[in-house]
Design a protein around this ligand. Sequence first.
Ligand code: SAM
Length: 209
Amino acid sequence: ADIDRMTGFDRVTLQFYDETAPTYMASGQGGVSRHLVSFLATLPPRARILELGCGGGRDAQAMMAAGHNVDATDGSAAIALKAEAILGIPVRVMLFEQLEALAVYDAVWASASLLHVPRAGLPDVLARILRALKPGGLHHATYKGGGQEGHDKHGRYFNYLSEQQMIEMYLKSGPWNILATSAYTGGGYDDGARGPWVAITAQRPIWRE
Ligand code: SAM
């Protein structure tokens, strides 16, 4: 009901992050994303990486330590301030829906962040990511799985995609080369519970068909 149909983002979800920013812990709880090391191994040295929904900055910190040039962003001003303090670099306050960059990034990293984009708005956001990548650039994202959109007990919206629905969203949004998808069990659910997750690695084609 609180989904803003104009821009697609969910106000209640962002309010949750603004309010909990002082105590918000990254979903990885100490460790970086399980997908990060293998993803970074596929990038050129000193890659220009856009991070969408950087949260506490855990993954950005590891990407910077690996020598990459990270553009860390988050839609919550309070979260961005917290990440800035950890990273020591400016963290831009930007909604996914405001991404306007064209062909400037070697990679776009979105760990457990695009899962908050209402299904109706997701193809538009994915098309923005495609355009933001250089030809041949890589995108990685993880989503909570399930197959039916809904809200958690804090009122946060989740798109809860199945692996197949995730693939369909990407194919609907533009001419992605889908390199890999997976479904697995992970944490980040309420009360420390584990649950289904899905992940995707996709590339902006070098040649447009
Ligand atoms: N990437 C971090 C991680 O893996 O731990 C944080 C994940 S946290 C579950 C989701 C993040 O997405 C929050 O920091 C939140 O502020 C941000 N976010 C939610 N909706 C957003 C939107 N529409 N635009 C930009 N950021 C958003």
